[in-house]
Design a protein around this ligand. Structure first.
Ligand code: C5P
Length: 227
């Protein structure tokens, strides 16, 4: 299992200062929509300057018509990131088109699909997708697997069951982790490192428990020791 730290601080300076504090660890860094829209490619370059060994997950959750998603995926290739994601609900054909477009590259980032956003409750979800969350999330996972993606973003509680309907090596990346049972904040259901391990999760995403800590490096160290 690997640790991915969410860079969700309000300014680029604060994010870079966090990265500086935790640069000695073999971690992934998650760049989300806000940071990327505001700070763009120079931010990605700055992360690599501070920590040349880090790997970067660009969490932009692409959703558009197949050709536009594939164009965007190809532009992402130029950023030198190591992982990005798309919405599985964009459809199997869109995901296949993205993967086909990246085929010509000898080395490409990992591509994950978001199954169901955890912010939905059943009622809202069914008004959008006409189905129960669990049923549709399984179908989205199968679609992503069949489209040739590398894995899915899902809840830690669903990881093992998704692997059982796809493949053991189909990657799972799970937010909503409170490594040692810290405050859940606005997350509905949170999992500890141990639960994630039991669920065969491949990547845990941790934000607030690290960047709100007085000593972020100490928290990273404690998590890494458990992995
Ligand atoms: O601070 P915390 O550890 O809760 O951060 C989790 C990160 O994972 C945030 O960047 C959040 O946007 C992201 N995320 C999530 N739930 C999802 C998808 C992404 O918490 N379903």
């Amino acid at each position: 299992m690997e640790l991915c730290v969410a860079l969700d601080l309000p300014t680029m300076e604060e994010n870079l200062s966090l990265v500086e504090k935790i640069k000695d660890y073999p971690i992934w860094l998650k760049v989300g929509l806000r940071a990327y829209i505001r700070d763009g490619e120079p931010f990605i370059k700055a992360l690599k300057e501070i920590n040349p060994g880090c790997r970067i997950f660009l969490d932009l959750k692409l959703y558009d018509i197949p050709n536009t998603m594939a164009d965007a995926a190809e532009s992402i290739m130029g950023l030198g990131v190591d992982m990005f994601n798309v919405h599985a609900s964009a459809g199997k054909r869109a995901m296949q088109t993205v993967m086909a477009r990246l085929e010509k590259y000898e080395k490409r980032p990992l591509v994950l699909a978001v199954t169901a956003l955890t912010s939905f409750d059943e009622e809202e979800f069914s008004s959008v997708y006409g189905e129960k969350i669990a049923v549709k999330a399984d179908q989205f996972a199968k679609d992503s697997y069949e489209a040739g993606l590398d894995g899915v973003v899902c809840s830690a509680f669903e990881s093992a069951s998704i692997k059982s309907i796809t493949a053991d090596n189909f990657l799972t990346l799970t937010p909503g982790i409170r490594p040692f049972g810290e405050d859940a904040g606005d997350q509905q259901r949170v999992a500890t490192v141990e639960l994630a391990q039991d669920e065969k999760v491949d990547f845990i995403v941790v934000g607030r428990p690290i960047y709100q800590a007085e000593d972020p490096a100490a928290v990273v160290e404690k998590i890494i020791q458990k992995l």
